[in-house]
Design a protein around this ligand. Structure first.
Ligand SMILES: [Fe+2]
Ligand SMILES: [Fe+2]
Length: 174
């Protein structure tokens, strides 16, 4: 009984996350870039697309938790920032001559992709994408709470990507 209730509550929350991703990230989710993202390997066991959905779902869940604590966060900025943060890495073998170049350059390239997909890309969202690698490499620290959320969700999801038996309920229902 209790288990069933917990399972149902989780499913309601997942559906809420999916709704927010579809509402604010429609342009990105329907894009050719997102389709290609599911064809490129990322973090060895995953694809850019799977990683992207994990980051976006985890970011939105953090937003819900913070909102419960009365912390103001912009869910639309987090959704678009998270969905676009690694799209610049598509075609990495042709685009970058080394891992180092990829690490240093893909965030800015992701901003360019996001600008092509969104009619308008607010400064906050651009910053989320451009600084998402923080604290790795030479990335500047995010200058908004939304940027910190996506950076943290990115590192958490990168770990999930490489775990062999990780269950990924956030990837179902798409
Ligand atoms: Fe990245
Ligand atoms: Fe990432």
């Amino acid at each position: 009984m209790l288990r069933t209730m917990i399972r149902e509550k989780r499913e309601v929350r997942r559906e809420r996350v999916r709704n927010d991703l579809r509402t604010y990230g429609e342009n990105v989710l329907r894009s050719e870039e997102m389709r290609k993202a599911f064809e490129q390997t990322h973090h060895r066991r995953s694809t850019v697309g799977e990683h992207t959905l994990r980051v976006a779902s985890a970011s939105v869940m953090i937003c819900y938790a913070l909102k419960k604590l009365n912390v103001e966060v912009s869910v639309p900025a987090v959704v678009v920032g998270a969905l676009c943060h690694d799209l610049g890495i598509l075609g990495r073998k042709e685009k970058y001559s080394s891992e180092r170049e990829c690490l240093a350059g893909h965030a800015k390239d992701s901003v360019l992709v996001a600008k092509g997909l969104m009619e308008e890309l607010p400064d906050k969202t651009e910053d989320i994408i451009e600084r998402h690698m923080w604290p790795v490499g030479e990335s500047k620290a995010p200058n908004s709470i939304e940027g910190v959320i996506v950076s943290v969700a990115d590192k958490y999801s990168a770990l999930r990507d490489v775990l062999p038996a990780a269950k990924s309920p956030e990837l179902s229902g798409w």
